[in-house]
Design a protein around this ligand. Sequence first.
Ligand code: NAD
Length: 483
Amino acid sequence: MAQPQVTETTVLRNDFALLIDGEAVSAAERLEVVNPATGEIFALCPSAGRAELERAVAAARKAFPGWSKRSFEDRTLFIRRMADILRANSKMLADLLTREQGKPVSQSVDEINRAASQAEGLTQIRIASETITDDAERRIEVRYAPLGVAGIITPWNAPINLAAGPLVSALYTGNTVVLKPSPYTPLTTLKIGELIRDVFPRGVVNLLAGGDALGQWMTEHPGIDKIAFTGSVATGKKVMASAAGTLKRVTLELGGNDAAIVLDDVDPKAVAPKLFFAGFVNSGQVCMAIKRIYAHESIYEPLCEALAAEAHKWKVGDGLDPATQLGPIQNRMQYDKVVSILDDTKKAGARVLAGGDVPKTPGYFVNPTLVTDVEETSRIVREEQFGPIVPVLKFKDVEEVLKRANDTRYGLSGSVWSRDPERAAAIAARLEVGTAWVNQHRATAANVPFGGAKESGYGRVYSEMGLKAYLEPRVISVLKQPM
Ligand code: NAD
């Protein structure tokens, strides 16, 4: 496939700016943004360098004392105004998100609205100081103080949803923000910056589009106190190493290789649509997508059939077409990786239940693919494919399948499916993951902690636990003895 290019007829959009200290700012360098459904560059936006980062960090530091002094209730009013603006502009933002990310426009609308509801959900969580002792002799309490400037780095698969959680968490707890979206999907984040420019006091929210180097500079910067990173395991390790130089607090939300274990008592036809959705929505480009399906031998063949039937129902195409259910892979690098895993899987003799090919159209499309008869050691089982290709593997007994499901350095989430939810829950509790679901997958909420075990992450987002990752506990210990 050819490199992304600009055709003679393309009119490039160029109406994007960085947000620094409450102002729309340009930069000497530009990022070229490709529409993955066409493979063509369709927009340019400013790409921040060191000078813009310095300005943004200085603005965020200057804004910190004023913002951190405000009450939770007061900060909530600003955040709720942002949520209202997101909802009011969801159609315009969703159209842009689909052009840069590829997902169907209805799912882009959902993503924008979900960001707004996350904002509302997180601002309902109360953070209170705790009194450990209060008697005649002494009072010991723990208060929670904001850290300072939070640097937020986001990936390309759900750029707005994955920005909203850390952005709202940082702001609600009294921190100011410098946020960098992925260079593949910077536009919707910058457009939101334009819409909220006058919502927050100057310098409280700064948005910098830029390349990977900008992310690294953020992790090294002494003026940034915390990094909230969402992305791949490999980059997460670099972030943690780099943040060690200034002992920054870090929250890492990384990749996964989620197993779904389907027990012998399920109705294959009832469970197949749910498994398919959790594996393939956003063309499998979801950290907590089902990436391996383990089916009990007694229901294995009917489940394979029901899953294949499901795959044939889903329409692949440009996300701007309202009939599309699965869009393209978001970028060329990821497309090449998915195609290479597909080729290796087929070469190793896998049985292809559905798909297995790539449409001969421009853009980074891969048809939804289910494979079976694959080795446990194959790339499709061991690696995070992050694309619309999922293996179905047969198992005999529960001990064996738990061993196989847990035999990975990933530990984001997983699920167990059964007619008997309590039987499934006992098995789910033995998955070495941050979240184990029963008869569902991908269910998250603002008041429930989410994050990865093992190499799938460090720390948790959402919930009181996630919010406290933006706060420093401060013990006030008073000896009630006049001196
Ligand atoms: P990535 O790691 O390549 O990039 C993520 C971000 O990090 C981008 O903004 C990038 O510019 C920046 N970056 C790159 N190098 C950097 C460095 N050295 N220092 C600091 N920042 C740097 O990830 P991606 O390919 O954009 O996203 C896909 C991955 O994200 C998948 O593995 C997926 O599972 C994971 N993900 C995890 C979650 C979660 O909540 N656990 C959610 C979504 C995606």
